[in-house]
Write a protein that binds this ligand. Structure first.
Ligand code: 5GP
Ligand code: SF4
Ligand code: MG
Length: 455
């Protein structure tokens, strides 16, 4: 998972790219990169680590230019390498271009062989490097034509921004797996993974880049260069469950509103009674609020402190670090927990690290009973479209127990366990007013095993 960003403005935009990238930090904290173009040169800076660490001192001041792109990288295993940091550079007819990508294509090995067969040398080991190379090797009368010609060769999930000379090209695969939106402010145009970027820049949301659309960001605004037909939409339902920041809007629906509704439906599907509901911060809080509101059980958020000493613990590459991350992340107020019946809500259970630790801590603090409710279905199948859980397939708790709820319950140490069904997860999105949607407009493969594109 990653965050991508492109901008074109009548002023130097490095600072805006930096601010915007901050609004996407939750999508990846493994590496960060920005490249700008001043009419003659490209100015590039990128490194491993979070944005504030990567762009220290005067770096941004030395990156002139009114046009540029940026990227935040995420991987679930830590097998990341400096050479795969994005944006990635390649050449088209001797002229450099830069690419930032969110998603994952499933035919990258085949395309890599095709490129190597033509004598191309690939400096990266990522699918993004292969996509850039395909564009680079595509003969066409213009760069834009080369991108359009290359597009149908990519099979999988890709939202992408490209910087070529003074232009930004944005594309989104025909399924629309990953989000991508357009924004505007005072003659400046933006394309970003999430709409929160526009709030930070005080820009307004224009619209989403449509699945199958190739857009050119010009001084007069976005122009559709090509619209590939999109017979099926397959937006990643896990974006709504977990990835999007709560303020993000996709299909006209805010992630927070959707998550609260998921929490309500979770109570209706798996009711529970207790002294209070505790949505695990940060990602389980919205569903926890929905569960508490509809059940009229008090919200127990105040019995714990979320320290902000750590960010997304899941991303830590080593299990021991993940566990320590959970310890650092939460402080429990024993006096409010002793003897209480507690309903815990989390958005998902993947490896089980968070819940196992959380439950153990509540038991230590004297909780009498712990009922767990998850606002998504059992995560059983690896994702091939940008979450990279195939690398941790053997660690997926629900897969290990073949979805056997009783076994998972025992393993995490809960008194009861209930998951939201896929029907209710999609219903929570569809019911909220916005663009017309149906249950088949979502990828649900990690929950159902129904892969929209064979891997
Ligand atoms: P677990 O601790 O069970 O391995 O993972 C579940 C927890 O991590 C949940 O609290 C959820 O918010 C978060 N989570 C679930 N999937 C992902 C993911 O792909 N990436 C990150 N960073 N966090 C995740
Ligand atoms: Fe999203 Fe799951 Fe589909 Fe991957 S498999 S794109 S995480 S819904
Ligand atoms: Mg969480």
């Amino acid at each position: 998972m990653c965050g991508i960003l492109g901008m074109l403005a009548p002023y130097n935009i490095a600072q805006d790219l930096y601010t915007g990238l901050y609004g996407l930090q939750h999508r990846g904290k493994e590496s960060a990169g920005i490249v700008t173009y001043d009419g003659i040169n490209c100015w590039h800076h990128a490194d491993m680590g979070e944005i504030a660490m990567v762009f220290r001192g005067d770096i941004l001041k030395n990156m002139p230019g009114p046009v540029g792109i940026a990227h935040n990288r995420y991987s679930t295993t830590g097998e990341s390498e400096p050479r795969n940091i994005q944006p990635i550079r390649d050449l088209w007819h001797g002229q450099e271009f830069w690419v930032a990508h969110n998603g994952n294509i499933v035919n990258s090995d085949d395309l890599r062989k095709w490129c190597q067969g033509r004598g191309a040398i690939l400096e990266t080991t990522s699918d993004t490097g292969v996509m850039a190379k395909i564009i680079s090797l595509t003969g066409a009368s213009s760069f834009e034509e080369a991108v359009i010609t290359a597009f149908p060769r990519f099979r999988g999930a890709f939202s992408m921004v490209i910087l070529y000379m003074g232009r930004i090209i944005a594309l989104r695969d025909t399924f629309g797996f990953r989000p991508l939106s357009l924004g505007q402010k005072d003659g400046a145009y933006f394309v970003a993974s999430e709409t929160g970027v526009f709030s930070h820049l005080r820009a307004k949301l224009l619209r989403e880049v449509e699945p199958g659309e190739v857009i050119l960001l010009g001084p007069m605004g976005p122009i559709t260069l090509k619209k590939f037909s999109s017979p099926e939409k397959k937006f990643c339902i896990f974006e709504y469950i977990y990835f999007l920041r709560p303020d993000a809007k996709v299909f006209g629906r805010r992630a927070r509103t959707v998550r609260e509704r998921m929490g309500e439906l979770l109570f209706l599907e798996h009711p529970a009674q207790g002294d209070f509901v505790l949505g695990i911060p940060d990602s389980g809080e919205d569903a926890g609020r929905g569960f508490a509101n509809i059940s009229r059980i008090p919200n127990g958020r105040k019995v714990i402190l979320r320290t902000h000493l750590t960010s997304r613990t899941f991303i830590e590459p080593i299990q021991e670090l993940r566990e320590r991350g959970v310890e650092l992340k939460f402080v429990f107020f024993e006096e409010n927990i002793l003897g209480k019946n507690i309903i815990i809500i989390d958005d998902s259970l993947v490896r089980g690290t968070t819940l196992k630790k959380f439950i153990a801590r509540l038991r230590d603090a004297g909780a009498a009973r712990i009922d767990v409710r998850i606002s998504s279905p059992p995560y059983r199948f690896p994702c091939h479209y940008g979450i990279d859980t195939d690398k941790i397939a053997s660690e997926l708790s629900a897969a290990r127990y073949q979805g056997n709820i009783e076994e998972i319950k025992k393993w995490i140490g809960a008194d009861s366990l209930g998951y939201l069904s896929i029907e209710n997860a999609t219903k929570a999105i569809i019911e909220i007013p916005g663009e017309t949607l149906g249950p088949s407009d979502f990828c649900t493969a990690c929950f159902t095993g129904n892969y929209p594109i064979p891997g």
